[in-house]
Design a protein around this ligand. Sequence first.
Ligand code: SF4
Ligand code: SF4
Length: 83
Amino acid sequence: MDKKFWGDDKCNGCEICLKVCPAGNIEMKNEKPSWLHRCEQCLACIQWCPQEAIQYGKKTIKYQRYHHPEISLKNMLEQANAS
Ligand code: SF4
Ligand code: SF4
């Protein structure tokens, strides 16, 4: 399910994608995200990357990112750590 994810050149290696993933499905390889094939398709990594550097195939290159305005990154990190 996660074979189409990739990190583009905007990635700065901040590791937020790794930290918000509730499934522990992302690791860093050569300072870029790599997906480990146990994805739950929650899309948190795509939506919360501050650089908008995560893509799914080619379509997401032109899509805006969205997350609920009342949910903070801190909320997401706490939730991911609790799961
Ligand atoms: S959150 Fe975005 S910028 Fe940060 S490591 Fe992941 S892909 Fe790169
Ligand atoms: S979509 Fe969700 S479960 Fe899949 S890698 Fe991204 S954050 Fe993790």
